[in-house]
Design a protein around this ligand. Structure first.
Ligand code: MN3
Length: 234
C-alpha cells in the first residue's frame, strides 16, 4: 500500500478524516463529475446483419470512449461544468470551448444512439403514429424525410427527428452537435438520432451511406422513441 493511501485509510479508520474538510471535499467532487462509458443494452453482434459486430465494438469502445475521456479532461479543468447533467452542458454549450461542444455532444449523442437501436422488433405507439401522420402524412413519409436529411448531410454529422412546440420535424447537425444545444440551428427534443459519421458504417457499407440508413429502420427501438415522445409532450 502506498504511504498516501495508508495515511488516508488510517484517517478514515480513526474518524479524523472529518477534521480534514478540503480533502473530503476533493473526494466528493471527483465522484460527482467523472463520466463512465455506459454499457450497450445488447451484445456487440446483436444487430447483425444490419450493423456488424466489429463496427459496434470499435464505435463503442474506441469512439464513444474517446469522447468520454476528452470530456472528463474538460470537466476536471472547468469547475463551471461540474455537477451539471450532460443535457445541461449541451443546453449551455455556447459558453464553453469547442472541445466541450464536440465531446459533450459525442457523449450525449452516442448514449442516445445505443438506446435507439435494438435487435427486438417494436412498433410506434398509437399516440406517436398519430403525431407522425399529422406532421408528415404517414410513417413512410417521415422515414423518407429523415432518410433524405441523413443522406444529404455533408461530411460527418447526425440526422434527427425532433419534437418542438407541438410539432415533429426532421433536421441534421454537423459533427457532434445536437438539437439540445443552444448554438444549434436544428433545435428541439430529440426522438430519433442517426449517426452518419463514416465510423458508424464504413467497415460494412463502405461509401454506401444510403444502404446503412435504410438498414437502420430494421433495428430501430420504437419503444425508446415512444417513451421519449411521451416525455416530450408532458
Ligand atoms: Mn459515432
Amino acid at each position: 500500500m502506498k504511504r498516501r493511501s495508508f495515511i488516508s485509510q488510517s484517517l478514515l479508520a480513526s474518524g479524523l478524516i472529518f477534521n480534514a474538510p478540503s480533502y473530503a471535499l476533493a473526494l466528493n467532487l471527483r465522484s460527482n463529475y467523472k463520466i463512465d462509458l455506459p454499457p450497450l443494452p445488447y451484445e456487440y453482434d446483436a444487430l447483425e446483419p444490419y450493423i456488424d459486430k466489429l463496427t459496434m465494438q470499435i464505435h463503442h469502445t474506441k469512439h464513444h470512449t474517446a469522447y468520454i475521456k476528452n470530456l472528463n479532461k474538460e470537466l476536471e479543468a472547468n469547475a463551471q461544468l461540474q455537477g451539471k447533467s450532460i443535457e445541461q452542458i449541451c443546453e449551455s454549450v455556447g459558453k464553453f470551448n469547442v472541445a466541450v461542444r464536440n465531446n459533450a455532444g459525442g457523449h450525449y449523442n452516442h448514449s442516445l444512439f445505443w438506446k435507439l437501436l435494438s435487435p427486438i422488433k417494436t412498433t410506434p405507439s398509437e399516440q406517436l403514429l398519430k403525431a407522425i401522420q399529422k406532421d408528415f402524412g404517414s410513417l413512410e413519409q417521415m422515414k423518407l424525410a429523415l432518410n433524405d436529411t441523413a443522406k444529404s448531410r455533408f461530411g460527418s454529422g447526425w440526422a434527427w427527428l425532433i419534437y418542438r412546440q407541438g410539432k415533429l420535424s426532421v433536421c441534421s447537425t454537423p459533427n457532434q452537435d445536437n438539437p439540445l444545444m443552444d448554438i444549434s440551428e436544428c433545435k428541439g427534443y430529440p426522438l430519433i438520432a442517426i449517426d452518419v459519421w463514416e465510423h458508424a458504417y464504413y467497415l460494412q457499407y463502405q461509401n454506401k451511406r444510403a444502404d446503412y440508413i435504410d438498414a437502420f429502420w430494421n433495428i430501430i427501438n420504437w419503444q425508446e422513441v415512444n417513451n421519449r415522445y411521451s416525455l416530450a409532450i408532458k
